[in-house]
Design a protein around this ligand. Sequence first.
Ligand code: DAK
Length: 260
Amino acid sequence: MEYKNLLVEKKGSLATVTVSRPKALNALNTEVIAELYDVWRNLESDTNIGVVIITGDGEKSFVAGADIGELNKLDSLEGIKLAERGQGLYWKIENSDIISIAAINGFALGGGCELAMACDIRIASKNVKIGQPEVNLGIIPGYGGTQRLARLVGKGMAKLLILTGDMIDAEEALRIGLVDKITEPAELLSEAEKLAGKILSRGPKAVISAKRCINFAANSDLDTGLRYEIIEFGAICATDDSKEGTSAFMEKRKPNFKGA
Ligand code: DAK
């Protein structure tokens, strides 16, 4: 599939997907969502890819939300269909064995903030303005914002942001845990790449297994989550990489992980 709104670059096991719809500050219309679905499916079928950086084209905007012109035309059934489609995509990203890093450059609003929250790690440049401004438009978040924001920053802070529709800056987003790290705008991509490189150098199966366990924590009680961790740990003990990693430590050398 040819992408009209995405730039995709692969460097070894790292892929970078840039949402590029500059005339609308990279807002997500139906076409962009369809392209993201397609690119994600392709990246998942490429067994060489371990980490994906998602960013927005230009310095001004990561993603300025869902496309407001499209939202304006929705009836109830179309609204449900669109929300299911977007939520399906974000669920895929969140639950994928690929590790996703949102490199947030500028506006991350509504569906853009929700896209960043579906990623595993969020790095923000200092010029970020992030929030869920849907109530300003007389609507509510439809791509998981009410659920993921409350889980990330707590119910009270999620209500403060969603019920006011206010945008916050990078420092405040870092303070409340909405983003994990902030950088100078010029260093955003290199920081994201550095982080990706570090993750890619670790035991690949262990990284996937740890991600699954942490995701499980968000959706289960502690006892069930701990049980799940035990099961994942047992599976990891059977991998060649667990033997390689622990042997390398004892032999005072760098591990040579094979992803097996
Ligand atoms: N959609 C469409 N076009 C957008 C856009 C958006 N979200 N954001 C910006 N643009 C367009 C502007 O209309 C403008 O187009 P032209 O007038 O040049 O043709 C161009 O991008 C540049 O924007 P501005 O001229 O406004 O630039 P400024 O620097 O003055 O302002 C801004 C930047 C980000 C503060 C401003 O553009 C703005 O407030 N944009 C809207 C941000 C926003 O409200 N985002 C949340 C959208 S709501 C659901 C599914 C999903 C959702 C909800 C429900 N269901 C299916 C149930 C999600 C909802 C959202 O994301």
